[in-house]
Every structure is written in structure tokens, then in C-alpha cells.
Design a protein around this ligand. Structure first.
Ligand SMILES: [Zn+2]
Length: 451
């Protein structure tokens, strides 16, 4: 008979990884955890929608076939509770998400749907609330493992949905798992840095922390004033106490590996040195790769990964998240590669042929297909240098790394002055004029696999 004394209770089960890494005790590399609920890959936004959650299954298959699970602690996280989602989102909106179904949608007035920004980009689909609670739950789980010291680096490729707003979904994102996990990290971390290398501006995260100096948001993205979400110009720098703590790096079409890496490093190094974050959240949106279905950059997988490697080299706790990415075979290659980078492992170019989804990776079956050259690089050296100079100028106004009396949540997140509220609303208006994340037309779309 087994003694109940040693039975594991629910709490222990939750904190026990389903698989513990085999790292020897002598190893002094970072402790990496991987947070993934396979169910999250089973949802569908709709047959023609570019966001395909099954890219997460492809990613997981690659991670498994390369045996990266041997290096990490694996967790199957629980869903975020409603209360957890309400830490950032409004009750109205979460109630709506929880109750709306595709059947009900047809019966609802257009006005109601418009109020919650339901449309082509953010459709109502079966299980939408569960899907959202699942990817948010994984980011929160990852943040908890960082907070309690179980992990140095925590990965959730199903997260990184940076466009979601307090009151509504935006750009394929329903709840903002990034904001939720940063709020959680702020309970113990004086300063959190958010770095976004998705093709699109990280507007939802920037907006949430626009008035605080405890979170520095840094976003590299395509910007021309039109491109979704329409925000992210150099002069969006934060307001009030948050002045100069929002950094934007607007880029043009076709940026290549060398210029991206050079710019990224030359900006991030001084920012990290000056701000001295105690934790870094990196959003690794894969739509900044070349040949992305919605993309317009020329980056190869190795260059994107170099930006993750560089941040890791500072030895600061990291929460690593996914994000955009609309050519599933390349999204999964990228995130598997970045998982290896975070674990200090070198992977064979050749994708293991026992992978159940091996066919997806033909005809080259390589982890590193050539992805550059589809667009001309419109970013001149002079342009990139001027962007960098402007950011350095902004940095001059940051004289110190703010140290705070620790409170449960940053006091300046909730109470905005009227003027601040006005500025935020104007920023939102600018980005709302009928823009759609899907609007770019490109030739890759025709040939891209639908499912
Ligand atoms: Zn994106």
C-alpha cells in the first residue's frame, strides 16, 4: 500500500515538469524551460486566414525530432483563468470573448461586432476563448517559472500576440499574453525590457506600458504610416514617467541579414547597458523572415536567431515568445532553431527524416533554406545610420535605470491623466483607419499552402 504522505498533490504536479532535462549537475549553462500545450495547435481561424495555429505543432515536432526536449524542462501549462485575463483586459471584452460563438455572430448586430473589432483579421471562431486562455496561460506559466527561479530562460512559442488591446482584439491577437506576463514579472522585477522583432509594430505592448519607466519597449518593424498597425514611428517615445522608455525602429522593405543584425546590436547594447533590465521579454515574430506570406523583409533564419543569441549573451533572465509568422514551414524552422540557440546546441542542417511532418520541409529538407532576395533593400546605410542616431539621442535623456519601491503593480499603469489618455486615443485613431494586417498582396500567397 502506498502511503498518502508521499502522494503528489495538485500543486506539486503543476510545478513538476513533465520531462526534466538531463543536464548534468556540473553544467553551468542556462536553465531553459519550454511551455507548450499541444491542444493550442488544433484551433482554426478559418480556411483562408493566414494565421495557422498548426505551425505550433510543426514547431513542436521539429523540437522533438532534434531531441531538444532532452535539454529543457517541459511543462504543459494550464489555461489562464478569467481573473488572470482581467489583470489587463476589460471585463466587458472578456465576457464577450467567453460567450460569443460563430452561430451567435450571425445574430448579433454589426454595431456590436464592430465595437469589439470583429472582422476578417479577428474573426469569431470555434474555441476562440479557450485558444486565447491557453496561449496566455503558457506565457503566464513561463513567467512564474522565471519568478520562482526554476528557469533562466522560459520559452512559449504559442504566445507573443502583441497587437491585442485592453478592450478589443487586433491583428489576429485576442488577448495580450505579453502584457499579462510582464505585469506578472513586475511584481518582482524592478525593470523589464520588451524587445519585439516581429515584422509589425508591437503596438499593444507599447500602449500598455506607455506611461511607465519600469518597462522599456523596443520594437523593430516595417513602418511607412500605412502598414499595419500604422503606429511605430521614431517619435512615439512614451509619455509622463514613460517618456523616452518607448523605442521604435521603423524600417523599410527588404532589410537584409547584415544590416538588420548590425543595427539590432548597435541599438540593443547601449539600451540594455543603460536601462539595466532585470528581465527581458523577447517577442520573436517570424513574419520578419524572407518569403513570409505577409512579409516584406529579407531575413534568413540564422540572422533572426542571431538577435536572440545576442540578447541571451547578456545573461539576463529571458521570456522568449513567438508572434506573427505566416509561412508555417519557415516559422517552425525558425523557432526550432531559436530553441537550439537558447540551449547552446548546434543542430544539423538536415531535418531528421523520422519527423512525422517531414514532407512539409521539402524539397530541401534543410533547417536553413535561402530566404533572402525577394525584395530590394530599401534601407540605405544612410537611412539606418540616421535611425540609430535618433535612438541614441533619445537614450541620452535616460540618465539612470529607474529603481522603484516595489509595489504589486506599477502605480502608473492604471491612472492616466486626461492628457495622457487623449494622446493614447489619438495614437489608436491613427492606426484604425481601415487598416488590415492582411492587406499586403504578394505573389507568395497564391502558392502558399492553405492547410
Ligand atoms: Zn507580425
Amino acid at each position: 500500500m502506498t502511503s498518502s504522505t508521499f502522494a503528489t498533490d495538485a500543486k506539486t504536479t503543476e510545478k513538476t515538469p513533465v520531462y526534466t532535462s538531463d543536464r548534468t549537475s556540473g553544467s553551468n549553462g542556462p536553465h531553459v524551460s519550454y511551455h507548450y500545450n499541444p491542444q493550442v495547435a488544433q484551433y482554426h481561424y478559418g480556411p483562408h486566414h493566414p494565421m495557422k495555429p498548426f505551425r505550433l505543432m510543426l514547431t513542436d515536432h521539429l523540437v522533438i525530432s532534434y531531441k531538444l526536449y532532452e535539454k529543457m524542462d517541459l511543462f504543459t501549462p494550464r489555461r489562464a483563468t478569467k481573473d488572470e485575463l482581467l489583470e489587463f483586459h476589460s471585463e466587458d471584452y472578456i465576457d464577450f470573448l467567453q460567450t460569443i460563438t460563430p452561430e451567435l455572430t450571425s445574430k448579433l448586430a454589426e454595431k456590436k461586432l464592430a465595437q469589439f473589432n470583429i472582422g476578417d483579421d479577428c474573426p469569431v471562431f470555434d474555441g476562440m476563448y479557450d485558444y486565447s486562455a491557453m496561449y496566455a496561460g503558457a506565457s503566464l506559466d513561463a513567467s512564474r517559472k522565471l519568478i520562482n527561479g526554476m528557469s533562466d530562460i522560459a520559452i512559449n512559442w504559442s504566445g507573443g500576440l502583441h497587437h491585442a488591446k485592453k478592450f478589443e482584439p487586433s491583428g489576429f491577437c485576442y488577448v495580450n499574453d505579453i502584457v499579462l506576463s510582464i505585469l506578472n514579472l513586475l511584481r518582482v522585477h524592478p525593470r523589464v525590457m520588451y524587445i519585439d522583432i516581429d515584422l509589425h509594430h508591437g503596438d499593444g505592448v507599447q500602449e500598455a506600458f506607455y506611461t511607465t519607466d519600469r518597462v522599456m519597449t523596443v520594437s523593430f518593424h516595417k513602418y511607412n504610416g500605412e502598414f499595419f498597425p500604422g503606429t511605430g514611428s521614431l517619435d512615439e517615445t512614451g509619455i509622463g514617467r514613460g517618456k523616452n522608455y518607448a523605442i521604435n525602429i521603423p524600417l523599410k522593405d527588404g532589410i537584409d541579414d547584415d544590416s538588420y543584425i548590425k543595427l539590432f546590436k548597435s541599438i540593443m547594447e547601449p539600451l540594455i547597458t543603460k536601462f539595466q533590465p532585470t528581465c527581458i521579454v523577447q517577442q520573436c515574430g517570424a513574419d520578419s523572415l524572407g518569403y513570409d506570406r505577409l512579409g516584406c523583409f529579407n531575413l534568413n533564419i540564422r540572422a533572426h536567431g542571431e538577435c536572440v543569441k545576442f540578447i541571451k549573451s547578456f545573461g539576463i533572465q529571458m521570456l522568449v515568445l513567438g508572434g506573427g509568422g505566416y509561412t508555417p514551414r519557415n516559422v517552425s524552422r525558425l523557432w526550432c532553431y531559436e530553441t537550439s540557440v537558447l540551449n547552446d546546441v548546434t543542430l544539423d542542417h538536415k531535418i531528421p527524416n523520422y519527423l512525422p511532418t517531414y514532407d512539409w520541409f521539402g524539397p530541401d529538407y534543410s533547417l536553413h533554406p535561402q530566404l533572402e532576395g525577394r525584395f530590394d533593400n530599401k534601407n540605405s546605410k544612410k537611412y539606418l545610420e540616421s535611425v540609430k542616431q535618433e535612438v541614441m539621442e533619445q537614450l541620452r535623456y535616460l540618465n539612470y535605470a529607474p529603481s522603484v519601491a516595489m509595489k504589486e503593480i506599477p502605480p502608473d499603469l492604471t491612472g492616466l491623466t486626461e492628457e495622457e489618455d487623449q494622446i493614447l486615443q489619438e495614437l489608436n485613431m491613427e492606426s484604425e483607419e481601415g487598416r488590415s494586417i492582411e492587406k499586403i498582396k504578394d505573389e507568395a500567397r497564391e502558392g502558399e499552402m492553405e492547410e
